[in-house]
Ligand binder design. Structure first.
Ligand code: 8YV
Length: 324
């Protein structure tokens, strides 16, 4: 019997063709009406789901009686109720590694863009405001040689730290659950408590997964610990930062600026952030390059295919479901 795959996002028509060689594939299509309704209708038939950006837990999956695997086209898996999936014996896979460097590139571009005010000054130039050489009111801040604080020195955090240390001669501080001796040796990085990092870093980069422990990790108290000249960079998940507290900090000059790729609610359609010149707001594009999204989708298809064939997928988030 051919198994059924519900490909709910991130899978191109060529990729669907590849999956169709082995599976029946259902792809919700906006031209055929409500996507959520099509997803729910297909769910009871599905043995595998592949896609990203959709919260999936008990409420959404109670009719998914045949489901064996969810293959997420993302490294983060905060959208999924892992305990529930594990209780049901449903495998969950993600796509680590392939997006590390692109996401670090984006993180570094937020450091550069917020410090040197590139988006703001691009808009200013295009608005025809360049009448004379710019004065101190439009000056930015240096990046090279400044202290880089990485909150969460995982793969992506380390890739940002490498860019800072070796490309921009930045001393690196990091905080997190555990010390990373190999990275300390490679990067000359110094482990410290979050409060100390906040007080010393010129750029505070958030690169932690979202969990109960990291929700609102950065709130009023933490923002108040930062230097007035410092920048907050968030490429992790929006709820790691208390957004109203950040808006206040940016409005009142408690910190110099911020570079954000993620928000408490996405897509961000309106926000007090939009009125602020000292924040760069990007639409969650950490991994959004052609090459990387293709690599992520391919890795996710490999994980899905392995699980549906009874083989252990390479990137299993909940290994206890897989006894094979
Ligand atoms: C995804 C990401 O675009 O991989 C991740 O965890 O943040 C991005 O690559 C996002 O998760 C989709 O919602």
């Amino acid at each position: 019997m051919r198994k059924t795959v519900l490909a709910f996002s991130r899978i191109t028509p060529q990729m669907v063709e590849r999956l169709q060689q082995e599976f029946d594939v259902i792809v919700p299509n906006p031209k055929l009406g409500d996507i959520a309704a099509q997803f729910n209708e297909a769910l009871p038939k599905a043995h595998g789901l592949i896609g990203a950006g959709r919260p999936l837990g008990e409420a959404q999956l109670k009719d998914a009686g045949n489901l064996e695997v969810i293959s997420s086209v993302s490294v983060g898996y905060d959208n999924y109720d892992v305990d529930y999936l594990t209780r049901r014996g449903i495998a969950l896979t993600n796509t680590p590694d392939v997006l590390t460097e692109s996401t670090a590139d984006l993180g570094f571009s937020l450091i550069m863009g917020s410090a040197r005010r590139t988006a703001e000054l691009d808009a200013w130039t295009k608005a025809g405001q360049w009448k004379a050489t710019v004065g101190p009111d439009l000056f930015g801040s240096d990046v090279h040689g400044k202290t880089l604080g990485i909150v969460g020195l995982g793969n992506i955090g380390a890739a940002i730290a490498r860019r800072g240390r070796f490309g921009f001669n930045m001393p690196v501080l990091y905080s997190g659950n555990s010390r990373k001796p190999a990275l300390e040796a490679e990067l000359g990085a110094t482990f410290c408590a979050l409060d100390e990092l906040l007080a010393k870093a010129d750029f505070v980069c958030l690169v932690v997964p979202l969990s109960d422990k990291t929700r609102h990790l950065i709130s009023r108290r933490e923002l108040a610990l930062m230097k007035k000249s410092a920048f907050l960079i968030n490429i992790s998940r929006g709820p790691v930062v208390d957004e109203p507290a950040l808006v206040d900090a940016l409005q009142s000059g408690l910190i110099r600026g911020a570079g954000l790729d993620v928000y408490e609610r996405e897509p961000l359609a309106e926000s007090p952030l939009f009125a602020l010149k000292n924040v760069v707001t990007l639409p969650h594009i950490g991994s959004a390059t052609g090459e990387t999204r293709t690599a992520m989708a391919e890795r996710a298809m490999d994980n899905l295919t392995a699980a549906l064939k009874g083989q252990r997928p390479a990137d299993l988030v909940n290994p206890s479901v897989f006894k094979g």
